[in-house]
Design a protein. Sequence first.
Length: 394
Amino acid sequence: MKKESVTATQAIVVFEVSNQSTYILSSHKQYNQGPILTIDGTSTDRSSLLKLNHWQRWLLVALNILFLLVGQAAAVLLGRFYYDQGGNSKWMATLVQTVAFPMLLIPYFCLPSSHDPSTASTSPSIPIISSIYFALGVLIAGDNMLYSVGLLYLSASTYSLICATQLAFNAVFSFFINSQKFTALIMNSVVVLSLSASLIAVNDESDKPSGVSNGKYFLGLLSTIGASALYSLLLSLMQLSFQKVLKKETFSVVLEMQIYTSLVATCVSTVGLFASGEWKTLEGEMDGFGKGKVAYVMTLVWTAVSWQVCSVGVVGLIFTVSSLFSNVISTFSLALTPIAAVIFFHDKMNGVKIIALLLALWGFASYIYQNYLDDLKVKKTQSEVSKATNDSNC
């Protein structure tokens, strides 16, 4: 769907500059981040990655991409299937987006790590970290609710195309919160993705789910656009948290944020489920589910599992490549999901939606190319620094 109900900082780009230093580019600015990407002050897990040969590393990258693409597409399709077969609880649809977060404890505890006492004095206090995780978790729960409303009133293909606007929102929020510069390519991406969403909004609504009125259809559009904007805001706030408070982006720290914010979001969603009274309708939903009670339970279970499989892919790509790459692959998945929706749900792909899809891919390509240019700048700087170092040694 959106995202991956992902709660990782996907707007920071990590590049290895040498065997001694790593630079984090935020808003196309770079600053020395110290030793190579570390876990809790050490290079334990990153060193293990560096021991892999070329094909093994790219196999790992490909596996994480597969987790993200399959997990996100399956979660969106299963979410639409839940509504199509008689499910109607928005809070239940919200809850399943984070409730399977304990799955992330497997890679977290399997990851070898050690603590560096020298970093203890610079680490933020527990109350500060707890406040950040709580605030982000509440926002994530609200974001997931907006996505649930959007998916309830929209087809899977329309929903996914609208979600692709998150890159445009991300560029805007990064400009104001993270001081990211607006280049011509970034501006092109924002404009084109906005046009893509506008085309969907003025579409003939012929592919609305059955029983959805015009008013609810537009409520779904507004909810999905709002959710995409809130998700992009979350990314910028997470980037700010990593830069200003946590001051490191390692595999274990990213997983910790993912786990704790998901815990908070799950608690908020559970409270919402009971406070709204929707829990009373769940038994009736199960009895009236189109494919039967077992299918009802399995749909919810596999939706929850799919979101966490997606999350594993997201975190894996952050670690093996970069945060930006993870976010871009997630957005690319949203452009592909409509194709899966046509295959499995026979969604209509009329001319307007095809043009919107092409525009979304165009905006996606512009965003990617801008960051490719940024990467070239980093490599050029690396080469100049290495040359200057060699000259000084001579």
